[in-house]
Design a binder for this molecule. Sequence first.
Ligand code: OGA
Ligand code: NI
Length: 336
Amino acid sequence: MEHLVSSWCNDRSLPESYILPLEDRPGMLPLGKNIPVVDLGAHDQTDILQQILEASQEFGMFQVINHGVPSNLIDEAMGVFKEFHALSAEDKAIETSKDPDKSCYMYTSSHNYATEKFHFWRDGLLHHCNPLEKYIQFWPDKPPKYREVVAIYTAELRKVGFRILEFIAQGLGLNPDHFSSELGENQVLLVNHYPPCPDPSLTLGLCKHRDPLVINILLQSDVYGLEVFKDEEWIGVEPIPNAFVVTLGVLMQIISNGKLKGAEHRVVTNSNLARTTASFALHPLYETLIEPAKALVDASNPALCKSFSFKDFMIKYRAAASYGTAFEELLSGTPD
Ligand code: OGA
Ligand code: NI
């Protein structure tokens, strides 16, 4: 906890441990390229499905607008997320250490701070969300409205997540409820905070990675930072007011047997504005077996990998210092 970037960033230049090798530093981006934006409020459901499918195949990432989550709820949620990260380090420590089983905690950089070669310019608050009755008692109750607002916010995001999963399942030719029981029931909120950085050209908020989940619904603030890697170049994800960024994770790539793509992405920092984002992850339950959907495996489309439990996958993902670890590497030697 004493390492949180927000606790020391104001009075120091960029420490050496945050300076990345040349090839990993953010560089110039191609102009005029954007990721798809899908209007979930449109009438033609077949068209929505088609757009989601294409974006999932090509980018593994897209934005959604008119998703049904009220803008005042989004503003209130972003408000409490920012207030939380503005608390003193001591308060943050108290507010995130109530559960001995660690369903709510804070960390900085990656989960491998002690062993990683380089650090990243990010503090994170992570907590489980479902079932709410089990976990809400361990959430921060500073700022005072945190629990009330975030309970409503995460319930709304769950609806958006399952609606998108339904479209994806249909697009893949699977039963529309393929993801609706075990595969998305373990929901986790990660509230990222990237303070202003003394030298954004030398470091990253998060290095290139794929998320270890089925899908993620991200609320970016109005501050730029997220970039996705496509066809060997980085594309910036433009902040759109009240939109969510949907990212497909490694597990979706596996379940779809490679038909859809888990997006590789990273976060850049900037020198004058703090950036706060909230990732709402739909994960499988820990004991759930992950495998390519049987309907998508045949003689010409052999299974990408064997089946494994989500729990075993997470152990491997974390141990691999997953940031920067290639997809193939993550899968090789995955426990049977
Ligand atoms: C993540 C992530 C993007 C962002 O939390 O895995 O990629 O913009 N976040 O904060
Ligand atoms: Ni990510």
